[in-house]
Design a protein around this ligand. Structure first.
Ligand code: ZN
Length: 133
């Protein structure tokens, strides 16, 4: 794994949190995107070399809606950038980690993404992401 690519934060109201994070970080979001198949709307902020992804649900069956109902707002996942997502999946499966999805999917911000199951990662949802070139 190369580095933490971003930290994902689950929010109830994307418009409210957009203003909140704009004030907090002193910059406007640089990217917004809906990922229909995940039932999620996202906003991305840069803070120096680091990124924050805000996630809000667009349908009540989405994993973000379920997370919010169960845990409330807060840190949702930590995303690590990788060079070769298939290779990392193989490596981590050999180490005994469980993945939520069998194969990488198209995620927000021009990435292919896959999530590890938090039950094997101390309760932290881990995303692997690889930039689409
Ligand atoms: Zn993410």
């Amino acid at each position: 794994m190369k580095k933490i690519e971003h930290i994902g934060i689950a929010v109830e109201n994307l418009e409210f949190s957009n203003q909140l994070f704009e004030k907090l970080l002193g910059v406007a979001a640089y990217h917004s995107e809906s990922v229909a198949h995940e039932g999620v709307e996202t906003l991305f902020f840069k803070s120096g070399p680091n990124k924050i992804e805000l996630l809000a649900a667009t349908n009540p069956e989405s994993s973000i809606a379920k997370f919010l109902a169960k845990k409330g707002e807060g840190i949702h996942h930590i995303a690590f950038e990788v060079d070769d997502i298939e290779q990392e999946i193989i490596r981590l499966k050999q180490e005994g980690f469980i993945f939520i999805d069998e194969f990488p999917k198209k995620g927000a911000d021009n990435k292919r993404v896959v999530f590890l199951h938090p039950k094997n990662t101390n309760g932290v949802l881990i995303e692997l992401c690889q930039e689409i070139k």
